[in-house]
Design a protein around this ligand. Sequence first.
Ligand code: PLP
Length: 352
Amino acid sequence: MRWHGVIHRYRDYLPVTEKTPVITLQEGNTPLIRADRLGEALDSRVELFLKFEGANPTGSFKDRGMTVAISKAVEEKMTAVVCASTGNTSASASAYAARAGCRAYVVVPKGNVAMGKLSQALMHGARLIQLQGNFDEAFEIVKSVAEKFPIALVNSINPFRIEGQKTAAFEVCEQLERSPDRVFIPVGNAGNISAYWKGFREYREAGRIQNLPRMIGWQAEGAAPLVRGEVVKHPETVASAIRIGNPANWSMARAAIEESHGEIGLVSDAEILDAYRQVAQLEGVFCEPASAAAVAGLVKQCREGKIPRGAQVVCILTGHGLKDSEVALTLAPPLQPVEANIEAVVEAMGLN
Ligand SMILES: *Cc1c(COP(=O)(O)O)cnc(C)c1O
């Protein structure tokens, strides 16, 4: 059966009507990949799955929320959208705005944004503004801009974003044919963990699942305001998509964690990069560093013996590794060209 995107598939659960124009790139329906080799490496009897959100049209889960946010903006006769972004929101907003024939304004922190994401915004014709400041400053500014001008704000404080993103929880339940026991997820602005929790709750209310998972969120050590319980003025981490010091959805995320009897923890950049490499080398899945924070969190909890035997665990791999290939390349030794003959190549292969 052809897939027509998350609004078409989950219309009954979304704030859309017959009158809502559907702006879609056929996002969603992403793979839930069983990860036995990684599970075994964790030396813990977990039944591990990776929800690969990098398989969305612009390469991150942001597309699920953006299809709803942009469709509603068009329904409300808006002709322009604005967002602050660590990269993926701008890539997604730019693509969906292009499709809708809207103008997109995206404000990104100077430096610190992956090249893949910047190139997407530029190719889709967004007006890209590089700010001499961090994400949190960019976010405060775009909020004020959206109040002063007839421009729709498409950051995750836009409730339509959360509505669209909750469809990932629906898919996980359908793919597993039950609800997982635990969901490991990276946390930046904290919209996604809130969206998943909303999705699981709604599916239980609808009688589609019996139980609810624990939501286990992960932040980077240098950008962990939710773990520390206070705003981080100068967030720092290699995982640029979660380099956020003052999350917009702070209280919603806290509620998701408390209501689900979950947790929020932190992992170091070194742990993130180890997990990043492990997922790629053991499972053939290339995610971005921010996504690997969830896997690093699982590694940590397995080591601490916190995961019961046989638990069904889903790690949310929020974005595609090709977005931020600079990070991958810095991990590898520099390439040394070899002479164009078989002896040199065989030697380089380490076969003699
Ligand atoms: C946006 C993003 C996150 C963080 O999601 P929040 O909803 O801001 O918590 C994590 N990983 C990637 C790849 C992202 O693009």
